[in-house]
Design a protein around this ligand. Structure first.
Ligand code: 2YH
Length: 284
């Protein structure tokens, strides 16, 4: 998994409004609508739950430590979504306590492996990798119209790619998958709707649209693209060659944190709403 760099995220806060416009142009929908679709619910149903949030963002020093601008970028994304949030002054355990003492209902924390949004009332959590996969898959589905009976090529079948595969299959698409890790491919063997490919080229040749979730650069080249090919590319670094990106920018959905974080919010709140409803039923 790629650790984000300050240069990957430093422009997020100032670019939120532009990012929203870009998503509107690319997919016909804004970030929250895309993220709600990723969670399988409507924006309207999520709205009261999002209004009730208060997120404490806790900087984490473990492993390679704090990424300058990371907590501020999360704050900027949540703020743009209209969510009450704050970054704690203290880090790690002390930061968690500070967040709770300041009324946090949720904690946002990330180390080098896991990035999570935790709901303190229900103990439910949303994982960034899984939500990023769902969010970018939802964006690609919006960009391409119906995915039913289409083939989407998925490069990289780690947690992000696998979450996207589940989304595409749920929409009636088939997926042609490739990963350089044979064990990851093997784990998908025999799954309905999944075509295992032995090379990147074989997978790209089968799909109308592409989902790029590797940690490698240059996996999709100009030769792989056409005016009808749409790409969702959550992988870091961007897996598309500079040349292909420049020519087909209008076909490519890519960001470093925004769609993933928005989808963490929607997935967590959708799950919380279902959880609370179930528990109310038992209580009444
Ligand atoms: O960038 C990362 C990892 N690649 C995990 C991403 C999971 N999809 N983590 C961010 C680390 C942030 C740091 N600990 C901080 O500033 O708090």
């Amino acid at each position: 998994m790629t650790r984000l760099l300050t240069s990957d995220i430093e422009k997020i806060v100032e670019r939120m409004a532009l990012h929203e416009k870009e998503l509107q142009v690319l997919t016909g929908n804004g970030m929250v609508t895309i993220a709600a679709d990723a969670a399988g619910v409507s924006v309207r149903s999520l709205f009261p739950w999002m209004q009730g949030m208060r997120v404490g963002i806790v900087p984490v020093t473990t492993g390679l430590g704090i990424i300058n601008g990371f907590s501020a970028a999360i704050e900027g994304i949540l703020d743009f979504m209209g969510i009450d949030c704050f970054v704690t002054e203290q880090t790690d355990v002390a930061g968690m306590i500070e967040a709770v003492n300041n009324g946090a209902q949720q904690l946002f924390m990330a180390d080098d492996v896991t990035c999570s949004l935790l709901d303190l009332k229900t103990s439910l959590s949303a994982d960034n990798s899984i939500c990023t996969g769902k969010g970018f898959a939802a964006a690609l589905a919006m960009k391409s119209g119906s995915l039913k009976d289409k083939v989407v090529s998925v490069l990289g079948v780690g947690p992000v790619g696998c979450a996207a595969i589940e989304y595409f299959l749920s929409k009636g698409a088939k997926v042609a998958v490739y990963d350089k890790d044979a064990d990851r491919l093997e784990a998908l063997q025999g799954k309905d709707g999944v075509i295992i490919c032995q090379s990147r080229h074989a997978a790209l040749a089968l799909g109308q649209h592409y989902f790029e979730a590797t940690t490698a650069s240059d996996t999709i080249t100009l030769a792989d693209m056409s005016a009808d090919t749409f790409v969702a590319a959550p992988g870091m670094p961007l897996g598309i060659t500079q040349e292909a990106f420049e020519q087909y920018q209008a076909n490519i959905i890519h960001d470093t944190l925004e769609i993933g974080v928005a989808s963490m919010v929607t997935c967590l709140m959708a799950e919380k709403a279902a959880f609370m409803q179930k528990h109310q039923q038992f209580a009444s």
